[in-house]
Design a protein around this ligand. Sequence first.
Ligand code: HEC
Length: 148
Amino acid sequence: MRKIIIGISLLVIAVVVGACGSNGGDSEGDARFPIEITSERVESGAAIYAVNCASCHGPVNGPPAIGIAPVHGSAGHTWHHPDRLLFDWTLDRPPLATFMPAFRGQLTEEEVLDVLAYIKSNWDSDKQQQQREGSVQYEAQIIEFGTE
Ligand code: HEC
């Protein structure tokens, strides 16, 4: 009897897990995105940026310290991308990157969230708003279609 109950329980778990995974998406969503700009994050991120990013990117609002590094401020392109991509690119390099290093192993994921919150806090409020909406839409697509 006990074995049958265990067997049925496992079957129920398998069916439930299978149903959740059927759209390949993350039905829960990821609470880290969009990244909230809090004063704690901005303060911590400013220090992380100064040590790890400014040597190439210069101050967030420019000019870059080395010619090929893009400026992260409102005048640049960074705000055109959703938070999750900025997060992934900082950890594992942007696609086709030449000089941009991977920070996985150098910075924790929390530190990457902090440094991005700091960068975002420097954008004009209309760009901040637009980029936030883009990040929300991007997360909705991931819930629907998954990350692959
Ligand atoms: C050694 C120089 C260097 C350092 C240090 C560096 N970057 Fe970059 N970064 C680059 C370059 C150059 C590019 C353009 C892509 C390429 O050719 O590598 C880039 C591109 C990027 C991009 C994608 C373009 C964009 O703006 O959307 C992001 C995001 C980024 N860097 C974030 C950071 C953050 C955050 C840090 C610090 C934690 C950092 N980078 C540190 C050189 C650097």
